[in-house]
Design a protein around this ligand. Structure first.
Ligand SMILES: [Ca+2]
Length: 217
């Protein structure tokens, strides 16, 4: 048991689904809704950009709106947003939305993103995050010459919630989504642990505890 135990525990850990880091959304490359995918300033970003498909199975659908509720997607611009390169922006006077919608059995977590202001001019922006229909983050701030980074570390004011969502996350910024661009969005996707897998894992931990106690005694 002495040698078997660590291997057993590792086996149990392997049975738990692992969080997959997904390629960040950088808005670079042939990602636009054009015939050849190439982007020029003002092109709309393809609604399939950022979708997570593994082995033919859709795990996460990423959807873009020019402003909340708009059927139009988010638009591409190459430069000029506070030093960010290749950004997404929204409608004039609008609040663009990027939705991260997990397929059944999957969950998503937003790790970080950057916002920059057009022309380096100071602009007031409200950033909000919804888990399904529930607001889980709301922050008013100004972006100016340097991009502002929101992440899941405990930075003052810009700390995103440590949250796995099955209902889907909706990230919004406005009401000047035309002059504020978003870039470098990092997120993770993982299967929702099935109750059976979790029960098996807990049973494994229990057996480990029993074995350790026996050895100690
Ligand atoms: Ca970029």
């Amino acid at each position: 048991m002495k040698r078997l135990a660590p291997a057993f525990l590792l086996g149990m850990l392997a049975a738990l689904p692992a969080a997959a880091s997904v390629t960040p959304l950088t808005f670079s490359g042939n990602i636009c809704a054009t015939s050849d995918g190439k982007c020029s300033n003002g092109s709309f970003v393809s609604q399939t950009y950022g979708d997570v498909v593994v082995g033919g199975q859709l795990q996460l659908d990423v959807r873009y709106a020019f402003t909340v509720g708009s059927p139009e997607g988010i638009a591409f611009w190459s430069t000029g947003y506070a030093g960010l390169k290749d950004v997404a922006y929204g409608a004039l006077g609008g609040t663009p939305e990027i939705a991260f919608l997990p397929a059944a059995g999957y969950q998503v977590k937003l790790l970080s993103f950057e916002l920059g202001s057009w022309g380096g001019t100071e602009r007031s922006t409200q950033v909000s995050l919804l888990d399904g229909a529930t607001s889980v983050f709301s922050q008013a701030f100004s972006v100016a010459r340097t991009p502002v980074t929101f992440d899941d570390k405990n930075k003052a004011n810009y700390a995103l919630p440590d949250l796995w969502s099955t209902a889907g996350l909706r990230l919004r910024f406005g009401p000047d989504g035309y002059d504020v661009g978003i870039d470098n969005i990092k997120f993770q996707v993982m299967p929702v642990p099935e109750p059976g897998t979790l029960a098996l894992f807990l049973a494994g931990i229990g057996m480990m505890g029993f074995a350790i106690r026996r050895r100690a005694g």
